[in-house]
Design a binder for this molecule. Sequence first.
Ligand code: NDP
Length: 485
Amino acid sequence: MTYPTQPKASHFINGKYVEDTDGAVIDVIYPASGEKIAQVHSATPAVIEFALSSARQAQGAWAAMTGTERGRVLRRAADIMRERNHDLSVLETYDTGKPYQETSVVDATSGADALEYFGGMAATLTGEHIQLGEDWVYTRREPLGVCVGIGAWNYPTQIASWKGAPALACGNTMVFKPSETTPLCALKVAEILHEAGAPAGVYNVIQGLGDVGAALVTDDRVDKVSLTGSVPTGRKVYAAAAAGIKHVTMELGGKSPIIVFDDADVENAVSGAILGNFYSSGQVCSNGTRVFVQKGIKEAFLTRLAERLKDAVIGDPQDPATSFGPMVSERQLGIVEGYIAKGKEEGARLVYGGARLAQDGFYIEPCVFADVTDDMTIAREEIFGPVMAVLDFDDEDEVMARANATEFGLAAGVFTRDLTRAHRVAAGFQAGTCYINTYNDAPVEAPFGGSKQSGVGRENSKAAIAHYSQLKSVYVRMGDVEAPF
Ligand code: NDP
């Protein structure tokens, strides 16, 4: 079988595809079959140098363009991305294994949304005027310089776009390193941006493992680092960036709660729990993997959940009918199987799925555990796979304390028909992104990000601008300067 996946070269630097076969080979494995479908080479020191010097070189002229001009490039890129949605979605499915049913409506489309949104905003970025009697201060909103983006493997097109769009809108240039597991999609983002008119060097992509990411983060020419990854990687990257006093955005992991009160609409709560646990085979950072269900509604919730899970169509992710695909890699599948074994060992009640499918590819059934307690490993650690832990609770005070008793703070959701309780609970959540009677929506207009150890900074929305620009204050005196001597 031949796949439409082999990129023109491993890296995209200074407006062109670049190859250096001296770099270690990174095999691209199709998660649905386990077959090698492409290969790229890790960036050598020469490639890293070329990317950083190109980004540095391009930054001044890019920042000197008007916001309208920069925005036009981004909006053109958004249009191209939408026109090519089908091909980009097929590629995303090869890269990640996520079903086409998802990739065709979530990945390139949300990348295009970010390009369009920040493209529209580029021309509106201004400072302010502060009158001080006759004197005055004005502020200039200036770019940071060269930004490094480092991505996780679950949303390669989206992550490359969510970081690139606000960075470029503000007049920065970017060197983006995708996860070694999913190296293909970010190259297309670079290709499209340059086709849309981004000058050479404005958006570069280089491949590699953590060592390449580390080389980028520690380079003096880099002003900002935006990472999407796990908490342990976040700690390392944050520390390395701190040594150079660089700006950071950290989009890290979570173990988010969904609270379902007795008065909730059961069908909606089940839908929210399905979306928040099994979309992308559970490989979503904001997933609500601790589902607290009030005792009065527990059996109804579990019964409907099991009935609905039987409708999941597990299979070839390129088939638009498939709604549940494989895990991204053999390694990730092994991690998930390990947690399922741990759940059983520690006394959780397996009520649905959890078995590896006897076929090629990294498939495992969606899995639900009931009677989970707070101390169990599956209720404490991020699994990053399709494993839902259902926990019982009696009252609101108790469940809020338990929901917040975690070092993570990425997302949280509540299902209830009680309006005042819904807002009280949302206010009480220690999390950056909260949901009332829904779960896991991530529109570009709304800030997205975590509190506590789930992260620093916000992506999307007007809030992202603050993380890709800095303010300069200019003091203007209209009269004489008074000095003490
Ligand atoms: P990792 O933390 O393993 O890796 C993230 C990226 O960092 C990869 O590109 C990786 O390279 C790179 N990296 C690893 N070590 C270093 C280092 N020392 N210096 C610089 N870069 C480094 O995450 P995964 O790819 O496994 O993704 C899953 C994690 O991402 C989960 O914890 C998930 O919750 C989180 N995530 C968070 C999101 C959010 O918005 N909050 C969204 C999506 C995922 P390589 O892997 O190629 O070695």
